[in-house]
Design a protein around this ligand. Sequence first.
Ligand code: FRU
Length: 504
Amino acid sequence: MKEWTREERYRDLKKEDLPELKTLHDQVRQSRWRCDYHVQTVTGLMGDTNGFSWFNGRWHLFYQWFAYGAVHGLKGWYHTSSPDLLHWKNEGSAIAASLPYDNKGVFSGSGYAEGDILYLPYTGNHRDENWVRTPYQMLAYMTKDGVIHKQEEPLYGPVDGYTEHQRDPKMFYRKEDGYYYFMIGVQNTDKKGKFLLMRSKEIRRGWEVAGELKIRGYDDFGFMVECPDLERVGDDWLLLFSPQGLEPQGDEFHNIYNNTYFIGKMDFENLEFIPNGPFRELDRGFDFYAAQCAGQNVYPDKAVMTAWFGVSDYTYPPTAEEGYSGLQTMARILTIENGELRQRPCEAAQELKGHKALHKESSDFELEGEMPASSVIDVIPSGKSFNLDLYRSEKHSGFTVSYDADTCYLTIDKSALENQINTDYGTERKVRLEKGLKEMQIFADHSSIEIFVNDGEYVLSSRIFPNASECFFEAKGEGMEAVVYRAEKTVEDDFVIFPEQAGK
Ligand code: FRU
């Protein structure tokens, strides 16, 4: 793999580089791991979900982006949009480094729409000539014509009492006290990850430190909290965040960094979150991080969420060698039902089901055949144990999904696939289903697998990179039923680097 110098990684995005980026995109388009219905990086590296929102009659989803290769370099935001959370259009570079405050990166942030404006608070990653970092909380905003402007002065500079790690503002408005808030993840001087709330009566100015958000009964979230998000979902509050440095606990927190959540009540007077359930991992697969809920009012008692289908400090060599890396998960609708989180695929996802590629039901069940590289698989178990084998070859098994009816364990195992990634963190994940397995829907898309279990009780998201010979499906299980549908293509792989190319 190519070694990147700092100079190469911190190249500004320039119009004169379009021919170079076109060549890169032409190469990327050929990749067997390009997806049909996931938002994927146009070129280079994609990271966190940013600025996710409903504005001006469309969904807007931005992502952390470095255009020139699959390395963490000078980050900006790339913009995509959709009418239905399933058909996505590339809109081009949205926010690029241009101010002294964001000279070494436009880091993550959120989307908050009010009136005719979509506010896009983000973190400016400033570094001086000695490479010393200072974080600034900044504001960009999009007007209805789709043009994005930057406010030149920060909303807030570095907050005393914390290290250089202060970032990822998630903005919201609280009508009870008339304050706008944003929450950032911070590291205190004892190197502990914390949540910090800022507030103001106006979006563009007047910000002050409201204080640290305490979590009742919990104090240790590792050395840094990234991408925190506080959402009202029905009568409950959901606190999502990506802590770094957690130890595995039982079947949870086995990835290098994990995306986690609490459900509870929010006490704004005392800045305290009061969980009414355990500390949980948001997604139980191998690759999931930096989830963000949309600023939206389309689903008033629900949240709409996507995440980076990857994890910081993991590498994805199969596509990185082809000049790209990174994907966003499918959009999910989140509800809290009887105190429990449910994550279901966005409604439009059911439209993905094209013709039936494979289907069988019988008491002595065995189904095998060629698997469309992009497919939706409905599984109706019989209460007995079963085994599914996705992207297997004629010689060996692929990504296996098995259910043990005696222990009620659902296990995914990627160890048999030819291209192995990030194996230091294990090749198996397990979920114990207290009430057994009732149904399962699997979304597979060339290089990704999302498994929705028991109507959104759990989701397991994993990246895989099957070779050409790894193209078969097999299911074995007494009395079960499985239907494999070929999935439709809903995301075009069009070459748009600058908004003008998208017709703006
Ligand atoms: C999370 C993160 C954020 C930061 C961004 C930089 O993956 O480290 O905290 O804003 O990525 O790309």
